[in-house]
Write a protein that binds this ligand. Sequence first.
Ligand code: ASP
Length: 534
Amino acid sequence: MPSRLSRQMDPFPELQLPESRVLIIITGGTICMRRSDDGLIPAKGFLRAALAPRPSFNDNSYQDPLEIVTDDKGTRKAVQSLRTPISAYDRRVRYSVLEFDELLDSSSIDAAGWDQIARTIYRNYQLFDGFVVLHGTDSLAYTCSALSFMLQNLGKPVILTGSQAPMMELQNDAQDNLLSSLIIAGHFMIPEVCLFFNFKLFRGNRTTKVSAEDFDAFASPNLRPLAQISSLRTNVQWNLVYRPTTVHPFSIQTKLDTSHVACLRIFPGMKPEMVDAVLRLEGLKGLILETFGAGNTPGGPDSAMTQILAAAVKRGIVIVNVTQCLSGSVSPLYAPGTVLGRAGVVFGQDLTSEAALTKLAYLLALPESTPEEVAKRMCISLRGELTETTRTHFEHPKNGSLTPELSSLTALGYSIQAGDLQGARDIIRGEPRWLLNDADYNLSTPVHLAATGRNVDILKDFLEQGASVHLRNREGHTPLYLAAHAGLAGHVQILTDAGAHLHSDEMAAARLHAESGGDAAVWATAGVSGAAAG
Ligand code: ASP
């Protein structure tokens, strides 16, 4: 890896843009399958067989090894990396591949497989700017939904993708899906679990598989794509991107127990006893009921079906009503839906079945969860998985020669400089676009400016609004580096509380500062191991 200093002296300006690092995690699926006598089966050696020979995945530069963490003890292993050619955004993506020992057809994945993916991301979180997970398409919408809940306070992109035809087949969708996922993960700070397929980036927990053979295999019926790829560019809908808005670092919740939940689809003439039999399964704690239209089941308030559901709710089983329709929401619009609501069945609004089932398994797995608490949280958005009432945007008049984006950003810069918290809030509130991850000519975001600003409350406010702590400026520096360099202990603390960490590229310089005249205690808080704290 060339050091930051050597890169700064490089005569070629485009090389001065920081390279981003992405980890590709391979779990299996058609994308990495090869033909066998038993049909398609997942095959190992993807980097060497499928990526290294393709010019769009390998610019043939020196293949620096990258470190990856392989277990919970933090054991590090150096593995081969490859680098893409320079992108339309003047950046290259360096990536390594971590292949699971057992590659799966995704129809066999379960909660243990989701744990394995979540742990791999968690262990390697500080070493990479983004993650791409290769996965079969069959259960992809379930895995995306499960991970969106398991990865708490996620600050970096996690993009799951797969393909309908293997990468090693002459005609395939694998190459486009993987390359676009890699580019998005390495260029755009979308801190969500996403699914990329057929030129569209979706919020993962909004997706469902809609075709067993078309390249256009996934849909997100209740939310527009977060981004679309055209021949010219990647159009990100920044106003749709979900961001955590509490100041907590990234963490994971594992051990979703899918044996405690079930999903039942209502059909005309269904016997209430069938539903009762499922609701009496030993250990069952939650049921997703796929109902007709806007949330209706057969029978009135005193029907056997309603009584069975009401009795189960009283026994502490959480029952969630979602629609069988591809799009739309359940609500007490019609009498049958209202009856269910009165019986204690939760309205799942526009949740997909995949998101409802995995959300229920996630909430039930949380320590000290109670049926009442789970039922309450099923109706509110935790990761943008359901539509809450829309927010109103206000716009203030703009003038001058700068574009509206730049003039708002500049005005925000002045407020930060003046330490004017209210002024900064007013600018953000009056701005319909997502301003906090925008960057100026030096690629400095408002968080970079606030990280060395005079009023730490402005920094805290930005973080509470979901601003990213991981974006790097043109010199490759994170806001945390700038705050530590300025010796601002309070700023460093709030940034690390929000999950900020120094980028691997910054470590050597940070160590140097900590050892030679910098504030060692501040650098230690920023994560420079060995720098004396206190
Ligand atoms: N059966 C395959 C899987 O889900 C299908 C695919 O990847 O498209 O692993």
